[in-house]
Design a protein around this ligand. Structure first.
Ligand code: V47
Ligand code: SF4
Length: 374
């Protein structure tokens, strides 16, 4: 057994409740919601790190996954007005963009023969675009790069396009799968608790809808990810409630690959006055997520949202995946004030980042099949 955890269990003066939780983790016993709240409230960073790292190493040893990917954000025009969104624009408003299919395909062409294995496609919910428009876009993308994995559309975008096509969720998802959709990213989850959801993104897909779309996707063989938007008005109990919904669904379907905590970034949105949480809080949150979500295979630090150094540190707080090369192809975080205004890493940069903290870099595909070990 990992000597750090033994030292921890025998430490004098350790709070008895925390000690009981540590004992549970050593014995592979699931922790309760109340225990997760207690970890957030009482667990100091070093303690949480030892527990989360114990689980991370049990699941993945020193392996740290990344992939070669790029994003397409077809439009930032959106019918909704989430308060935290720095990116949304209305038709005709300054700063709005909507790429044509030809423009999108030109971008895809530029990635031909570069070794990318995934394209991540998300954007605003455009009132004039529909399921067949995006379906044909996916078909054409695969004509250019046949083996590329298309991870596309948040549950929020999916709800709108499937409803507009007058299809049931199951038929809509099957139709999109036929067009080339391979998996669904984790966005749009934000905070599931109704008190907070009402306050920050009242209009878009409800919690039940988000969960039902992912459940249906899993049922028809489309895997997905899950996110949380943390570090704004929510309390620890809301984060735990959010994770409890995900843990419950994962018990049922097993269709989630990875959990991605997304730190609220404050620039250029209507929640700027709230400010941002500290990096310590980011690491704590990764650790508690890893401890609580025992049935999620992977925990991802999305480096464009927190920066490269915190992503690197997070590898000792439960994280085993740092997403991808990105290639400066997403605007969500640069517009919200992230340090990296042009997020981009080469394979060598990612490998160095992982090796510098003595982990083993593994290039994966979207479904965590190993492509290269470094
Ligand atoms: O749902 C929007 C978030 C998400 C802000 O599945 C913000 O692999 C912080 O879901 N501050 C979209 N976050 C991005 C997303 C994602 C990213 C990387 C990987 C995967 C995956 C999914 O971005 C939205 C929302 O939660 N977001 N504005 C902001 N100001
Ligand atoms: Fe639209 Fe997504 Fe921004 Fe909400 S977060 S306003 S759904 S683009």
């Amino acid at each position: 057994m990992n000597s750090n955890i033994l030292t921890l269990l025998n430490a004098e003066g350790l709070d008895i409740d925390l000690k009981n939780i540590a004992q549970k983790i050593v014995n592979n016993i699931r922790i309760s919601d109340d225990e997760a709240i207690l970890l957030y409230e009482k667990g100091e960073l070093g303690f949480l790190g030892v527990l989360a790292n114990f689980i991370r190493e049990q699941k993945h040893g020193n392996k740290t996954y990344f992939n070669k990917n790029f994003h397409i954000e077809p439009t930032n025009i959106c019918i909704y007005n989430c308060k935290f969104c720095s990116y949304v624009r209305k038709i005709g408003q300054e700063g709005a963009w909507e790429f044509t299919i030809d423009e999108i395909l030109k971008t895809v062409e530029s990635y031909k023969n570069t070794g990318v294995t995934e394209v991540h496609i998300v954007g605003g919910v455009h009132p004039k675009r529909d399921l067949h428009y995006y379906g044909e876009m996916m078909q054409k993308i695969k004509e250019i790069i046949p083996n590329i994995h298309i991870k596309a559309f948040t549950a929020v975008e999916l709800e709108y396009m499937i409803k507009k096509a007058k299809l049931s969720l199951e038929d809509g998802l099957l139709k999109l799968k036929e067009y080339g959709l391979d998996s669904i990213p984790g966005g749009g989850a934000e905070i599931f608790h109704s008190d907070i959801r009402k306050e920050i993104c009242d209009e878009k897909a409800s919690t039940d809808m988000w969960l039902t779309i992912h459940e249906t996707a899993h049922k028809v063989g489309i895997p997905s990810n899950a996110t949380i938007l943390y570090g704004h008005v929510e309390k620890y109990e809301h984060r735990v409630h959010h994770m409890s919904k995900l843990r419950e669904l994962q018990d049922k379907t097993g269709g989630f690959n990875t959990y991605i905590p997304l730190k609220f970034r404050k620039e250029n949105n209507s929640m700027s006055h709230i400010g941002e949480v500290t990096s310590i809080e980011d690491l704590k949150n990764f650790a508690v997520s890893r401890i609580y979500l025992d049935n999620f295979p992977h925990l991802k630090a999305y480096w464009p949202s927190i920066g490269k150094e915190i992503a690197q540190l997070s590898l000792s707080f439960g994280v085993d995946d740092i997403d991808g090369t990105i290639d400066d192809s997403t605007k969500i975080y640069s517009m919200a004030g992230a340090e990296d205004q042009n997020p981009k890493m080469t394979t060598n940069d990612l490998v160095k980042l992982v090796k510098d903290v003595k982990r083993i870099p593994i290039e994966r595909d979207t479904l965590y099949n190993v492509i290269n070990t470094f």
